[in-house]
Each structure stands twice: as structure tokens, then as C-alpha cells.
Design a protein around this ligand. Structure first.
Ligand code: C2E
Ligand code: MG
Ligand code: MG
Ligand code: MG
Length: 283
């Protein structure tokens, strides 16, 4: 806890007075407590995946994205915004990410048992720390094999902040997984650091238009221009493009008119637990 307090004091610059701010003491101790309960929560099976449908231009469900949730014994159901950052800062994201991978492969194996769900893809989010771990490729391949799921149905969503590291090493890792049938999507696209060179070189399958551009694209010319550009980049580099955060018919129609053929958002379904999602996926 002392380490954490020191860190925060430094982060606040030379303003050491803040160190003694009672409000901050509370914040620091609740952060430390949260970090401990993250690890315990994982041991106690308090994490779960919610699934959100992804649909094609005809509104047919083609797959889902698995989104992490934490059923906290005191605080209730927590969203990634409440704990992912801390999990990354404390490296708890490593065992947590392995758990997500296991869960996703379990779910995919179950889907493959039924004709109505056998063709669906499942996307999961991979944090930078997890991707750059030396055992990452091995972990993914081992999980896929252990559960006997079709690697072609598994999509890994990475973000542009991964690209701050050595490109060649990254491409090598991604290629090894791609050779085995696993595909990559670039999540939150348009908000980070990727260059046109990256789009040509990285073994990607899909770009995800960040929801911040989708929100106002019908009324905001700037956001519309960005969305149009991303769809164009997809054409140029032969990448699928999916829009995330689609909430209205107007957004969906605009995107479809401009050549986007895959969608995810509240308009098509909110993230929900497996049972609900399976029912919805069957519909
Ligand atoms: P993301 O991967 O970009 O996921 C999309 C987020 O948008 C999800 O938030 C989803 O619930 C939300 N969303 C979906 N449709 C709509 C919509 O129509 N409108 C709006 N306003 N929002 C929509 P969520 O579940 O809170 O996840 C937030 C972020 O946390 C994710 O962003 C992802 O970066 C991260 N995350 C989630 N699960 C995992 C995980 O298993 N591992 C890692 N490393 N990160 C995860
Ligand atoms: Mg995602
Ligand atoms: Mg996203
Ligand atoms: Mg996002």
C-alpha cells in the first residue's frame, strides 16, 4: 500500500501535500483493496463473459464479442471500466486474460455442437501486456487445442497501442496464429497510432470503426468523413470493416450506404450472459 501511495504522489508531480489528503488516502487504499480482490475474485470464479452479437448487412447474426464482467460480492456486476486499467497496471490482466481465453474456447466448443451456432465466430479482447507475453502464441494454440474448437471461429481483438512495440516481432506472432486459422481485428480503429504502412503489413482480417465515430456520424461531417475513410481503407487493404456502437437505424443505414457490411451495437442487442445470448443467437 505504501508503494502505491508513493506512486500516486509522484504521479501528482511535486505536490506532496496531496499525499496527505485524506480523500486520497481513501482512494489509495480502495485501489489496493481492489487489486487484492481482483486476484481473489479470479480464484473464486467471480468473472464472467457477456456476449454481444455481430450482424451482417441482412441483420443475420454472424458471431459475437465476449466482454468481461466481474460479479463482485459486495459491489455487484462491474464493467471493464471499473477494473481493466487496474488489472493492467498490476499485471493481473495476464491470468485474467488466460481465463477469458479458456472461457471463449469453452463457449466456442459448445457452439460447435449445435448446427444453429456452429458457424458463429467469437471475438475476445487481448490487452497489450497479454499479447507481448512470451508465451502468448503458445497459450492461444494450447487453449484452442485443449477445447477442440475450430480456430477459424476465434477472433482476437487488439488495439493500436500494441503497435508501439517492435513491429517485426508483432507481425511474427500474429502470423504464427494466422497460419493456424486464428484471425485478428484492430479494435477502436481510428483512435490510436497505426500508420498506412501498418495496415498493409500486419496480418489483420478486420478493422473495427470505433464507436466514438459512429455516435454522431449522421450529423457530424467530421465523424462521417472518418467513417468513410476507414471503410475505404478496408477496401484498399482487403480488410473486413465492422462498425461498433451502432444504436440507431439511421446510423446503420448511413454505414450500409457507405459500404460497411458488418455491425455491432445496442440496435442489434446488448451484451448479455451466455444463456440469453444463445437464445438470441438462435433467433
Ligand atoms: P471494446 O472492445 O471496444 O468493446 C465495445 C464496448 O462498447 C463494450 O463496452 C460494449 O458493451 C460497448 N457497446 C456495445 N454496443 C454499444 C452501443 O451500441 N453503444 C454504446 N455506447 N456502447 C456499446 P464494455 O463491455 O464496457 O467494454 C469496454 C472495453 O473494455 C472494451 O472495449 C475492451 O477494450 C475492454 N474489455 C472488455 N472485455 C475485455 C477482456 O476480456 N480483456 C481485455 N483486455 N479488455 C476487455
Ligand atoms: Mg473489442
Ligand atoms: Mg472497440
Ligand atoms: Mg471501445
Amino acid at each position: 500500500q505504501a508503494d502505491m501511495a508513493m506512486y500516486r504522489a509522484k504521479a501528482a508531480g511535486r505536490d506532496t501535500l496531496r499525499f496527505f489528503d485524506p480523500q486520497m488516502q481513501v482512494e489509495v487504499s480502495s485501489r489496493a483493496a481492489l487489486a487484492t480482490s481482483l486476484r481473489q475474485g479470479l480464484e473464486h470464479g467471480e468473472f464472467l463473459l457477456h456476449y454481444q452479437s455481430q450482424v451482417d448487412g441482412a441483420g443475420q447474426v454472424t458471431g459475437a464479442e465476449g466482454l468481461l464482467r466481474w460479479q463482485h460480492p459486495q459491489r455487484g456486476l462491474l464493467q471493464p471500466a471499473d477494473f481493466i486499467r487496474l488489472a493492467e497496471e498490476t499485471a493481473t490482466i495476464l491470468p485474467l486474460g488466460r481465463w477469458v481465453l479458456e472461457m471463449a474456447c469453452t463457449e466456442l466448443a459448445a457452439w460447435s455442437e449445435r448446427p444453429e451456432t456452429a458457424e458463429l465466430t467469437l471475438a475476445i479482447n487481448i490487452s497489450a501486456l497479454q499479447f507481448h507475453h512470451p508465451d502468448f502464441v503458445e497459450q492461444v494454440l494450447a487453449a484452442v487445442e485443449r477445447h477442440g474448437c475450430n480456430p477459424k471461429r476465434l477472433k482476437l481483438e487488439i488495439t493500436e497501442n500494441l503497435l508501439l512495440e517492435d513491429r517485426d516481432a508483432m507481425i511474427a506472432k500474429m502470423s504464427m496464429l494466422k497460419e493456424r486459422g486464428i484471425s485478428f481485428a484492430l479494435d477502436d480503429f481510428g483512435t490510436g497510432y497505426s500508420s498506412l504502412t501498418d495496415l498493409g503489413r500486419l496480418p489483420l482480417k478486420e478493422l473495427k470503426i470505433d464507436l466514438s465515430f459512429v455516435r454522431d456520424l449522421v450529423t457530424n461531417a467530421n465523424d462521417a468523413a472518418i467513417a468513410r475513410t476507414i471503410i475505404g481503407l478496408g477496401d484498399t487493404f482487403a480488410l473486413d470493416v465492422i462498425a461498433e456502437g451502432v444504436e440507431t437505424e439511421a446510423q446503420r443505414d448511413w454505414l450500409a450506404e457507405h459500404g460497411c457490411r458488418a455491425f455491432q451495437g445496442y440496435l442489434f442487442g446488448r451484451p448479455g450472459p451466455a444463456a440469453t445470448s444463445a437464445t438470441r443467437l438462435d433467433a
